[in-house]
Design a protein around this ligand. Structure first.
Ligand SMILES: Cc1cc2nc3c(=O)[nH]c(=O)nc-3n(C[C@H](O)[C@H](O)[C@H](O)COP(=O)(O)OP(=O)(O)OC[C@H]3O[C@@H](n4cnc5c(N)ncnc54)[C@H](O)[C@@H]3O)c2cc1C
Length: 437
C-alpha cells in the first residue's frame, strides 16, 4: 500500500506528536508513524515521570513557562483531569510537572484525532528512499504487511535518528556510554495531598542510596517522583547501557528490569509506612536517553548552553540543567543560575545532507552534554512546534528549508522565544505549587 502526505513524521513521542498536531492544525496532511503500539513515546511508555524543561530557572515565585506553545494545552488538560502535580525543584532551580502517564496518553490521542492526523502505530520504518539530497519515501513494516509513505517533507522524531540513518545520511554516536533507565511504577502508595511529599521522596531516595548494595542495585543516585492524587510513585533507580544493537540492547535491559523490581522491594520493606502496601503497577518500556543524533548544519555544544548563547536562528529556549547519565552508579548534574537560559538553533534540526528532513527531540545535533539538557520534554515540544511551522512556511512559499524566512518562523514562535511583559505573565502555578526542598 502507498500513502501520500505533505509531511511524514517518524516517531510519535512527545516531539513527534507536538509536530503532527501543529502541522495538521495549519491545514497540512500529516502522517505520523511509530513502531510502538501507543502514542507518546517515552513520555507514556517508559514512563519518564515528569515534564521537565518547560519553565525558567528562577526562584519559585518567579519561574515562568518558557515554551507555552502546545505545552500549555497539555498542562491544562492534565490539570483538568487532576493528573498533574506541579513542583518547584530546588535541585533544578525550576518548576517540574509530575504526571499520570495513562492520562497523558489519552490526551495525546484525542489531540491527534481532533487535528485529523493519520496516525499509524506498530509500524517500523525499515527503509528510506532517496533521490540525491532529498528523501522521497519511507517503507514501514507492520503486522498487516508493508506500507510506503511518500511526502515532500519528513521529520525524524525517532529519538535515535533512525530515519536519517536509514537514508544513509551522516549521524553521530556518543563516544562515552550514556545510560538509560528501567523505570518502575508503584501504585497503592500511602500518600495524601496534605503529606510533605518532598520529605517522603527524599527519605525514599536516601534509602535507595544507603540500602542499594543490600538489594543488589548498581545505581546509587536514584530519583523518586510521587503523584499523591493517584497514590503513585515513579522509581528512577537503575542504569543500563543502550547499545544500538537489538540483541545487545535487550541483554543489558533484562538485569535492569530485575534491579527495578529490587528497588520496589527495597521501599516496600524499608519504608513500610508509605510503601508497605504498594504494588508494582508496571515496569515500563526501557528508557533510552541518548544514542545517535543527526549530523546537522550546526552542532549545539556544552559551551553554547553554559554561556546562554542566543542564536540568530533560535527556535526554542531552555533552562533545564545538564543531566548527563555517563556513569553506572550516578549522573552529572549541573543546574543553571537563576535567569539563565540558552537557545536551540534551527540549524541543529536541519540534516546536513538531506534538504527535506528535520530532526526534533532527542536526536538533534548536539554534543552529549548539551543534549543531556536539551532532550527533556519542554524543549522536545518546542522543537516539534517549530518544525511544523517551518514545514508549513516552506510548503506555502515553495522555498526550501535552507531559504526559510527565519523572521517569519520566529514571529510564529514569538511566545516561545520572548518573555511576555511582566503584567501579562500568567503565574506558573495553575495547580497548588508544592515546594521541593
Ligand atoms: C529514564 C528516563 C527518564 C527521563 N526523565 C525525564 C523527565 O523526568 N522529564 C523530562 O522532561 N524528560 C525526561 N527524559 C527525557 C525524555 O526521553 C524526553 O523528554 C522525551 O520523552 C523524548 O521525546 P522524543 O519525542 O524526542 O523521543 P521518544 O519519546 O523516544 O520517541 C521516539 C519514538 O520514535 C519511535 N521510533 C524509533 N525508531 C523508529 C522506527 N524505525 N520506526 C518507527 N518508529 C520509531 C519510538 O518507538 C518512539 O516512540 C527521560 C528519559 C529517560 C530515558
Amino acid at each position: 500500500e502507498m500513502l501520500r502526505a505533505d509531511l511524514c513524521i517518524v516517531g510519535a513521542g512527545i516531539s513527534g506528536v507536538a509536530c503532527a498536531v501543529t502541522a495538521a492544525r495549519l491545514g497540512r496532511q500529516v502522517i505520523l508513524i511509530d513502531s510502538a503500539p501507543w502514542v507518546g513515546g517515552q513520555a507514556v511508555g517508559v514512563p519518564i515521570g515528569t515534564i521537565a524543561g518547560l519553565y525558567s530557572a528562577a526562584p519559585p515565585e518567579g519561574s515562568v513557562i518558557l515554551s507555552p506553545l502546545f505545552a500549555e494545552e497539555i498542562l491544562a488538560q492534565l490539570q483538568e483531569r487532576a493528573a498533574a502535580w506541579q513542583m518547584y525543584s530546588r535541585r533544578a532551580r525550576t518548576v517540574i510537572v509530575v504526571y499520570d502517564e495513562g492520562e497523558l496518553e489519552r490526551i495525546l490521542e484525542h489531540l491527534l484525532q481532533d487535528a485529523g492526523v493519520t496516525t499509524i502505530l506498530g509500524a517500523t520504518a525499515f527503509h528510506a528512499s532517496r533521490e540525491g539530497d532529498r528523501l522521497t519515501a519511507v517503507s514501514l513494516a507492520t503486522r498487516f504487511g508493508t506500507l510506503r509513505v511518500e511526502a515532500p517533507y519528513f521529520v525524524d522524531a525517532s529519538g535515535d535518528a533512525a530515519l536519517t540513518w536509514l537514508a544513509g545520511a551522516a549521524c553521530r554516536v556518543a563516544q562515552c556510554p550514556i545510560y538509560g533507565t528501567q523505570i518502575a511504577v508503584l501504585e497503592g502508595v500511602r500518600l495524601s495531598p496534605n503529606d510533605d511529599i518532598t520529605a517522603i521522596a527524599r527519605r525514599a531516595e536516601d534509602l535507595l542510596r544507603t540500602q542499594a548494595a543490600r538489594y543488589g542495585l548498581t545505581r546509587r543516585d536514584s530519583r523518586v517522583f510521587l503523584l499523591p492524587q493517584r497514590q503513585l510513585a515513579v522509581l528512577n533507580a537503575t542504569h543500563h547501557p543502550t547499545p544500538l544493537d537489538p540483541v545487545a540492547f535487550w541483554r543489558s535491559v533484562w538485569p535492569a528490569r530485575q534491579e527495578a523490581e529490587h528497588a520496589a522491594r527495597l521501599l516496600q520493606s524499608e519504608y513500610p509506612e508509605v510503601f508497605g502496601e504498594a504494588r508494582l503497577r508496571r515496569l515500563g518500556h526501557p528508557g533510552i536517553r541518548q544514542t545517535r543524533t543527526i549530523v546537522g548544519r550546526y552542532s549545539l555544544t556544552a559551551e553554547d548552553i553554559r554561556h546562554g548563547k542566543r542564536f540568530p536562528d533560535a527556535i526554542a529556549r531552555v533552562a533545564w540543567p545538564i543531566e548527563l547519565h555517563d556513569t553506572a552508579t550516578d549522573y552529572r548534574w549541573e543546574p543553571f543560575s537563576d535567569g539563565h537560559s540558552y537557545t536551540i538553533p534551527f540549524r541543529a534540526l536541519q540534516s546536513a545532507e538531506l534538504d527535506n528532513v528535520l530532526a526534533i527531540g532527542r536526536c538533534i545535533d548536539a554534543d552529549p552534554i548539551a543534549l543531556s539538557s536539551a532532550r527533556v520534554m519542554g524543549p522536545c515540544i518546542a522543537m516539534g512546534v517549530a518544525a511544523a511551522h517551518a514545514v508549513h512556511l516552506v510548503l506555502q512559499s515553495q522555498a526550501s528549508l535552507d531559504r526559510l524566512d527565519m523572521r517569519k518562523l520566529q514571529e510564529r514562535l514569538r511566545r516561545n522565544l520572548f518573555d511576555r511583559p511582566q503584567d501579562e505573565q500568567e503565574p506558573s502555578q495553575n495547580v497548588p505549587l508544592k515546594l521541593e526542598s
